[in-house]
Write a protein that binds this ligand. Structure first.
Ligand code: IPM
Ligand code: MG
Length: 372
């Protein structure tokens, strides 16, 4: 039996291409692992009415980690229209499988390191090295949503919240409600994860991203949690900023920041921005990390227009493999892989289209494998 059992979840679109490249690299590293394919993605929504079938959920209960490519998501109406005829009008609703995995397995930390590798012509500035901690299970991603809004809910909101008055006059199909739910426990543990990381890796500061000046209840709770947790880490500075100002400050003074921590949606936003500062989504990697399971993925989506063309940059996924190696306790292999990625970037001979070259996804995988 191999030492590790890894769920292999290519998904669809370019998810398949980038995992092909990741496999080249993993084979070269010689990780002692069995890779077990899991069905996931748009095709399974269309044919089975479930993009994350129960058999894949079961698989995830029995693995050490998972590597995930990408999945196409479409808005509610379009998703319903693409269902197999026999599945239509059964009240099935599409929910993003990655969001479901995060919640089902309590993968509460979304860790997104954004490092400018030297010599990458796409770097916004050389030397950027930011790490985003995004809360991964709550907030506006709670999935508690109403469209149309039931009268029962409108009645309660009308009774309990004065500012609801203008909305309460509307018919239920004229508005929608998405609940932003943040817990003390969920906020404290992601903030603690950010501070633990800062302590472990000698980082100087944790910046808390919120909008507590307007979204007082939930973001207020997050910010208060941060102030409490920060006291446990006297050696590490904490500051905070509103999400809107944060996007501006990050571009203006990226070197003023180090580790960032945010509720789910703001974390989603700033992690794309931070990825763009270090070369774009072709370089953005993610770990969705819980106590028992972690799912590693590129931050980018499925880019259906490039599916199967082996055109996109697999570096994001290969850096996600590096994160997986670290998480498994194979830090030496992880460091070697990162060094190989850095070398290929610096060399500048093998470049995918986003880097201004014409190398394929697999060329890049092979070049990184060769540099190992
Ligand atoms: C991400 C993605 C996902 C998210 C989508 C694909 C549901 O944007 O991982 O950042 O919003 O979390
Ligand atoms: Mg995103």
């Amino acid at each position: 039996m191999a030492k590790y059992r890894i769920a292999w979840l290519p998904g669809d679109g370019v998810g398949v291409d980038v995992l092909d490249a990741a496999k080249i690299v993993l084979d070269r590293i010689g990780l002692d692992a069995d890779y077990v394919h899991g069905d996931i993605g748009w095709d399974f929504w269309c044919s089975e009415g479930d993009a994350l079938p129960p058999r894949t959920v079961d698989l995830l209960k029995n693995v050490d980690a998972a590597l995930f490519g990408a999945i196409t998501s479409k808005p509610m109406k379009e998703a319903a229209a693409e269902l197999a005829p026999a599945l239509r009008d059964k009240g099935l609703t599409y929910r993003s499988p990655i969001v479901r995995m995060r919640q089902a397995f309590d993968l509460y930390t979304c860790l997104r390191p954004c490092k400018a590798y030297p010599g990458n012509a796409l770097n916004f500035k050389e030397g950027i090295d930011l790490v985003v901690f995004r809360e991964n299970t709550e907030d506006l991603y709670s999935g508690v949503e109403f469209s149309p809004v039931p009268q029962e809910l409108a009645d309660v909101l009308g009774r309990l919240a004065k500012p609801f008055a203008p909305f309460g006059k509307l018919a239920g199909d004229q508005y929608a409600v998405s609940c932003k739910i943040n817990t003390k426990h969920g906020s404290e543990r992601i903030i603690r994860a950010a501070f633990d990381f800062a302590r472990k890796f000698g980082r100087k500061k944790v910046t808390v991203v919120h909008k507590a000046n307007v979204v007082r209840a939930t973001d207020g709770l997050f910010l208060e949690a941060a102030k409490r947790v920060a006291k446990e880490y006297p050696g590490i500075a904490m500051d905070d900023a509103n999400i809107d100002a944060m996007t501006m400050w990050l571009l203006k003074n990226p070197f003023n920041y180090d580790v960032l921590v945010a509720p789910n949606l703001y974390g989603d936003v700033i992690s794309d921005l931070c990825a763009q500062m270090v070369g774009g989504l072709g370089f953005g990697c993610s770990g969705n990390i819980g106590e028992k399971l972690a799912v590693f993925e590129p931050t980018h989506g499925s880019a259906p227009k490039y599916a199967g063309q082996h055109k996109v940059n697999p570096i994001a996924t290969i850096l996600a493999v590096k994160m997986m190696l670290d998480w498994l306790g194979e830090a030496e292999k992880g460091a070697a892989l990162e060094a190989a990625v850095a070398k290929v970037i610096k060399d500048g001979t093998v470049k995918t289209y986003d880097m201004g070259g014409s190398s394929t996804t697999l060329d890049m995988g092979k070049a990184i494998a060769a540099a190992l």
